[in-house]
Write a protein that binds this ligand. Sequence first.
Ligand code: AGP
Length: 596
Amino acid sequence: MCGIVGYTGPRVATEVILSSLKKLEYRGYDSAGVAIVGEELQLHKDKGEIAVMESTLPSFEGGVGIGHTRWATCGRPSKPNAHPFTDCQGRLALVHNGIIENYAEIRRELLAEGHRFTSETDTEVLVHLVERNFEGDLRQALVKSLAVVKGTYAVVLVEKGARHIVAARKENPLVVGLGVGENFLASDVTALLDYTNKVLYIMDDEVVEMTPEKVTIYDPSGRPVQRRPEVISWSAEEAQKGGFEHFMLKEIFEQPEAIRNTLRSNLEILENGGLLGNAEASSVKIVACGTSYHAAMIGKYVIEKVAKVPVAVELASEYRYGTGAKEHPLVVLISQSGETADTLAAAREARRRGCRTLAITNVVGSTLTREVEEVFYTRAGPEIGVAATKTFITQLVGLYLIAMRLAQARKAMSVDELRTMRAQMQQLPQVVRKVLDGSSKVEEAADMLADARDVFFLGRNLNFPTMLEGALKLKEISYIHAEGYAAGELKHGPLALLDSRTPTVAACPKDHTYDKMLANVAEVQARESPVLAIGFEGDRDLAQVASRVILVPEVPPMFSPFPITVVLQLLSYYAAKRRGCSIDKPKNLAKSVTVE
Ligand code: AGP
């Protein structure tokens, strides 16, 4: 996730900006840059770490400036794509977090008017829009420019020869730090704590203007807003976690936004045939490792149901041993990091076999994106906890959208059916939010698992892989042995292991598997294994057969992995916390597995 900082005051702006940017490194980034206001705007940026950019930074003079760390979303990680951006006259410099959805259309217009662009980013249109609208009042020019923009932003601007900084926010964080005779601005308070603990949070659709002496916040109608500063008592580490105890929990709670961003930046691309052009694959293979493999398994059910295309799923580490006989024409490779060695090897092998390749990844410019023909980017933002959470849920969004794209190309769904599915997908952020609102109930329920040595996770149909993922999550962060099983397989062996010390978690949404799941739950309880059942709100029968029940909002059955996954993530988190485990960095595990 990109990081923004700004400073106006008596200090050397470059020093403040560099030290503040370094505090935002934890957010993940691939390039960095600064713009310092002097008689001319002084601009410096580079690909890679802040230290790389700093090593060639000239000694810019001036007490006003902005800085940025970029996590690439639109346009590769590269020096030209790094922020800040300047207008054609070199009068304005701008940094931005978020997505400008209608940038292509605006860019076309601005190019026709003679504006010159230097990057592939969506952001650059903003500085040229402000240039077009600038008639001496920077704030007015920004407001006018944002009125034509669709998307989300935290955007910050400086102007040659001026001491003020102007910024605005929509669905991206922005906080002002208040000093004495100086003021600061950043994406989060972590960047400010060395200088001040008095902050003003900027809200959606507000604009802020600050000089060393004064900060004024304006509401959407342009009226000044009175806001009392908040005093932050967090340490820098606590601030990085946004007040959450662990990155994993923060990332679980970021899922509504991650889903929304992934939908926002991909729905139109897919619907306009911008991916998988001529998508007539007669069969599909999905290849991945770990959590991404579980997403692949859920994707198989969805693509087969929606697009009526046969789908095979294979572990990336096994793909190379196949003969390639009757190879599937389309191979989808899933990797949140885009750096998993086995998945990279599988991508090369798929191409060697002559297959069309598509990657689903969260990291723009990762190695995987260079090994395949097409890329679907999830927009989860960087994930710091080793346990994949928001990247998994956005991989699911990707697979559901690809299923819709294939269904559209093959005419497997009518226009109305596609429209309905689109609307259902757009409800997912709210569904996940509701599950998160009930997290305290899940925390209580996690007591059932925290002292266990073994736990079973049961589900049917597309919730069989959901429960495989639940089991993986529990074992990787709590070190409790957990097994995911297709509930129908229980009698074929695992039933022998059940007793009162072995709890079972069962996915019981009201769908065509419900009656059979209920019977399985009764079967398990009869072996004295306490069952924690996850069902839909309004279900009164579950409580009759299970020891404990967690209810989630009812969704169309095909979407049940979304709320159930969130419950499973929270269960693992709270069980691991009770056991005092190192949740963000489990022993023996790495975030990217770059060896085969
Ligand atoms: C998930 O919590 C694990 N960290 C792990 O299984 C991971 O999903 C796997 O290593 C694959 O990683 P990738 O998605 O980056 O390829």
